[in-house]
Write a protein that binds this ligand. Structure first.
Ligand code: ADP
Ligand code: NI
Length: 217
């Protein structure tokens, strides 16, 4: 007989893949699979309930508020309904919902209401996928989706973004590096996350140096 937790994980993968079929390229099923893999890698070192880590990673972007007119209740609701249908234990469902509600960078611009080891692990994994070569690619995909300029030397980065301004996303993609991406290394929750961030952070700095070199030639 197959392990019921494994069955739920397999069903969740299918569900998420189908839900994110037409998602913007930076938040698609491949992003979810990368976050799943990174979360598992971090959990291997940091501990945490692996079932919660895997489910949370799979469901963390099930309905990102920025693609639902800013409505932050859609994702948690869809996840809860899906997990109920899978007969997942109530306690696990509540934990996953809390993870989805609290994982986002914009929510870290305000006081956190909830934390857990599993949330910290998935949040680190999600942030690692926002930096490095993949992070750069995703930032430009998102900037293109918003029709933002690549760079404008007259527009200085806004270092003290509040949540509402951040959500509007009206910035140049190069400024987004200063407003978010270069800060992520120091916002890592776990030791393993911090270690994994070093190389990716360095690569973004090199990218920016080369970018300005070409711009100013
Ligand atoms: P979170 O889900 O942690 O709140 P976001 O959804 O804001 O984070 O970011 C997800 C991805 O979209 C990241 O790769 C991030 O860099 C990118 N992104 C978000 N806002 C912008 C922006 N204004 N310009 C370019 N990329 C952005
Ligand atoms: Ni994500």
């Amino acid at each position: 007989m197959s392990n019921p937790n494994e069955t739920i994980i397999e069903n969740t993968k299918k569900f998420v893949k189908q839900k994110l079929e037409n998602a913007e390229a930076g938040h698609d099923y491949h992003h979810v699979l990368r976050v799943l893999k990174l979360s598992e890698k971090i959990a291997e070192k940091e501990g945490g309930n692996l079932f919660v880590v895997r489910l949370g990673a799979l469901l963390h972007d099930i309905a990102d508020a920025k693609f639902h007119q800013g409505d932050e209740t859609v994702g948690p609701r869809i996840a809860r309904e899906f997990l109920k249908m899978q007969n997942a234990p109530e306690q696990i469902i509540n934990h996953i919902v809390k993870i989805i509600e609290n994982i986002s960078f914009k929510n870290s611009l305000e006081e956190p209401e909830f934390t857990s080891k599993e949330l910290q692990i998935i949040q680190d994994a999600d942030r690692l996928d926002a930096i490095g070569a993949i992070g750069i690619a995703r930032a430009f995909v998102y900037g293109g989706y918003k029709n933002n300029p690549i760079y404008n030397p007259d527009l200085k980065p806004n270092q003290n973004l509040d949540k509402e301004t951040y959500k509007k996303g009206n910035t140049t993609t190069i400024n987004h590096f200063y407003e978010k991406l270069l800060k992520l290394k120091d916002l890592m929750n776990t030791h393993t996350g911090r270690l994994l961030a070093v190389d990716r952070h360095r690569f973004m700095q090199e990218f920016l140096e080369q970018f300005y070199k070409e711009w100013e030639m």
